[in-house]
Design a protein around this ligand. Sequence first.
Ligand code: SF4
Length: 135
Amino acid sequence: MERNVLSRVADAAVRSKVGVLTLLEWLGNGAKPVMQIQAVNRAAVCTKCPMNQPTRWWEFIKSGVAKTIAAQERVRHGAKLVTRHDRNLGTCSACGCLLKLKVWVRLRHITDNLTDEAKSKLHPDCWVIKESDNE
Ligand code: SF4
């Protein structure tokens, strides 16, 4: 099962001509996403969170990361990393991440790249905080 997901991610990256660095930037070392059930549970929390805001692409364009995010989105689609909540996921106003991408990322990669400022803005019910508390 796990190998299937890894193969899907790798195949999708090749098909989409997305480089390894872009993939690792999203999913971290090993490019291994979390299990579907974990991503769905995280997404369910985000849909109820006030920090989940409509995605403003122009802000990604302004910051110069739009191409990278679009490439990561192509891989996510290609690898069928989807949840039933996707249509209600925007951008986290605490960390600035696109939530459709973020819910698939292993906790360690998220916390390793979370600034103190962003961490302080996470909602108290955020799954990042809950999962960190349970580690
Ligand atoms: S603060 Fe946490 S739960 Fe809320 S939108 Fe951001 S990642 Fe999702």
